[in-house]
Write a protein that binds this ligand. Structure first.
Ligand code: ATP
Ligand code: MG
Length: 447
């Protein structure tokens, strides 16, 4: 019987809005949760960047991290905290460091998902290094970019193998455009990838632990309108498939917080590509799982997005969901001292594929989803929320209608928008949050 405080660290970069909301909501929840005979309370702190002693015990039970993917000092600090202090971190820092888009494509191909036909090409230019010249002279074969283009087919996308934030992405309709894009790509190592064309829906499915939210995404809109406010754009079959796919990906890579982009394509339109992939694989793993009688396919295109955008200025209507999902999952993990295996155990996924290569895609995804839910303790999490966080909805409703939240939105907008747009965009995002309050059926925990 002890009073225990679990310390949650927020490791932040340019973030302004969600930490303010998160901190205040946790404060207002005023939690004291009985766990195995103890009473557990929570403190939230912002992690400071400073020299750290590898010998010294760290402060945090859990870290919500927004820096690992680009800031090395914090990444190394977090790895130390996980290994030496038993800290739980969103997300697994090793998996973020090593799993590029390229790896995630290969992994999901191994599981039979219909990833678009993709090739990786050596870069056009190089950073000088000692052995570069002799290596290239000996082993880099001159290749015919036109033949690469013919092999993949047009339209196609060229994009960095480890990309993010649309850097270096171009859509190409013919060989001339491919040559031009390659000439401009410099030192970037590029994929060329068959365009999913046509598609009729683009979804980003965001996962935080076992909680999921599918958002209809419009990449052609300005940043603040890309996450659309549509709500009834998926039927139950599509929704559950996307949820299974996202949980599969996130669990496979040890990412508690990630988003998966998929495009919906009529199965008939994907048929040629499926046949080509099957011929090329000739029975080897990596061919698409049998698609059964699915009327359309969800083609995953970009799902190495660990720690995705969390700002009100892009998420607006969906922002409260994100904040609340972070609150629920972090409190659950910190309170119960959830143990996340740090070694990614891929074999159970491969076993499902290898045991029955003819298992249709939908069934496979359901089987993968079961592994994911178990690893993410979906049932325990749901029971925990019902028992200990039942007042969260009320706290949230009050919080997201109040001045503290409005000020957080204002601060974020002020940091990004020109002076003359600050008031109008603050009002826009604020109204969208109010729209969420009026319409949201939240708490979408993966069943
Ligand atoms: N195979 C594809 N078929 C159709 N559209 C594609 C394909 N690949 C990329 N795109 C388009 O290009 C955009 C950027 O590609 P992608 O998401 O892979 O790159 P990114 O740099 O990771 O972008 P972000 O960080 O914004 O998600 C996608 O949002 C989509 O609109
Ligand atoms: Mg993307």
């Amino acid at each position: 019987m002890a009073d225990i405080t679990r310390r949650i660290g927020l490791s932040l970069g340019a973030d302004l809005c969600w930490p303010l909301c998160y901190e205040e909501i946790v404060r207002r929840l005023d939690l004291s949760i009985p766990v195995r005979g103890d009473t557990v309370r929570f403190e939230v702190e912002r992690v400071e960047i400073e020299p750290f002693d590898l010998q010294r015990k760290g402060r945090y039970d859990l870290v919500l991290d927004r820096l690992t993917h680009w800031y090395a000092t914090s990444r190394e600090w977090i790895k130390k905290a996980v290994l030496l202090d038993d800290t739980y971190v969103l997300n697994n820092p090793w998996a973020i460091q090593s799993m590029e888009k390229q790896t995630t494509y290969c992994a999901m191909m191994r599981l039979g998902l219909p990833v678009p036909h993709t090739m990786l090409v050596p870069p056009k230019a190089y950073e000088p290094s000692d052995d570069l010249e002799s290596t290239l002279e000996r082993y880099a074969k001159l290749f015919d970019l036109g033949a690469v283009g013919d092999h993949i087919g047009y339209p196609m996308f060229m994009k960095p193998f480890d990309g993010g934030a649309w850097k270096g992405v171009s859509k190409l309709d013919a060989e001339e455009a491919l040559r031009e894009a390659y000439d401009k790509s410099g030192r970037l190592v590029m994929h060329v990838q068959k365009a999913v064309d046509p598609f009729d829906l683009f979804v980003r499915c965001v996962g935080i632990g076992p909680q999921l939210r599918c958002v209809s995404y419009d990449p052609s809109a300005p940043l603040h309108d890309r996450y659309t406010m549509d709500v009834d754009f998926l039927d139950e079959d599509d929704r559950s498939l996307l949820e299974d796919m996202t949980l599969t990906i996130n669990t496979f890579f040890g990412w508690d917080f990630n988003s998966c982009e998929a495009l919906r394509q009529p199965t008939a339109a994907a048929e040629q590509e499926r046949l080509a992939v099957e011929r090329a694989r000739d029975g080897a793993p990596g061919a698409w799982a049998p698609t059964g009688d699915l009327p359309h396919l969800w083609r995953p295109i970009d799902y190495a997005n660990a720690c995705p955008d969390s700002q009100v200025t892009s998420l607006h209507f969906h922002f409260p969901w994100l904040v609340l999902a972070k609150v629920r999952w972090s409190i659950f993990c910190a309170a119960t001292r959830r143990k996340k295996p740090l070694n990614l155990d891929w074999q159970p996924f491969f076993d499902i594929v290898d045991k029955d290569p003819d298992m249709p895609l939908r069934e496979r995804l359901a089987a993968f989803g079961d592994i994911a839910r178990e690893r993410l303790q979906a049932e325990e999490f749901e029971a925990f929320c019902a028992e200990h966080l039942s007042h969260l909805d009320e706290v949230a409703d009050e919080y997201f209608s109040g001045s503290h939240c409005r000020d957080a939105v204002h601060q974020k907008v002020s940091s990004l928008f020109p002076e003359h747009e600050i008031e109008s965009f603050t009002t826009l995002f604020w109204n969208r949050i109010q729209h969420w309050r009026e319409t949201a059926a939240d708490g979408s925990i993966a069943k």
